[in-house]
Design a protein around this ligand. Structure first.
Ligand code: ZN
Length: 184
């Protein structure tokens, strides 16, 4: 019983070779190159295995570079979105100072509103003063409570968004570090 043999030549030194049709690899008896048997459309030839590995490695490197570029782009897009949102959310004072909305800031403005309203109430003579001064003071207190609660809610949403942004960015940065370190 004879095995069907392929006639090949060494891709490195050109020596004629034979290999069983079912084989995927062979070594050249002449130069010792490790060869992979390639076939396409009825034709068969050999390729030096080291060369194939080098190409595969280069393709891996390229895929890795592309992955890192993609991650950098994602970080940039994330930062752009965050800057836009932050810019829109900033609280600007009359003197041009800016601050980020926060729960603490909302609480502070509520306390200022309540204290201011109570001071006005007391200075206008308290409950015994002529109308409508006491009502102004009480309205001031109520406004302080409502606007303070609103600021606290806004501050909480902002703080949560900031945490989400930071953790997403950290995770992307970690992915870049891992992708860079799989090298060599
Ligand atoms: Zn050879």
């Amino acid at each position: 019983m004879s095995m069907e043999l392929l006639s090949l030549s060494c891709n490195h030194c050109g020596a004629p070779l034979e290999a069983p049709k079912s084989a995927n690899y062979l070594s050249c008896q002449h130069c010792g190159s490790r060869l992979k048997i390639m076939s396409s459309g009825g034709a068969a030839w050999t390729e030096v295995q080291e060369k194939i590995e080098a190409i595969a490695e280069r393709q891996d490197d390229m895929a890795q570079d592309l992955e890192i570029i993609k991650l950098h782009n994602q970080i940039e897009a994330l930062e752009r979105d965050w800057d836009r949102y932050r810019d829109k959310s900033m609280i600007r004072s009359k003197h041009g100072r800016e601050r980020e909305p926060s729960v603490g800031g909302g609480m502070f403005s509520m306390i200022v509103g309540i204290v201011g309203g109570l001071v006005f109430f007391a200075m206008s003579g308290g409950a015994g003063a002529p109308m409508p001064f006491p009502l102004f003071g009480l309205a001031f207190v109520a406004f302080g409570v409502f606007s303070g609660l609103h600021s606290m809610k806004t501050g909480k949403a902002f703080e949560r968004s900031k945490q989400r942004f930071q953790s997403q960015r950290r995770s992307l940065q970690g992915q870049i570090r891992r992708a860079s370190h799989t090298d060599s």
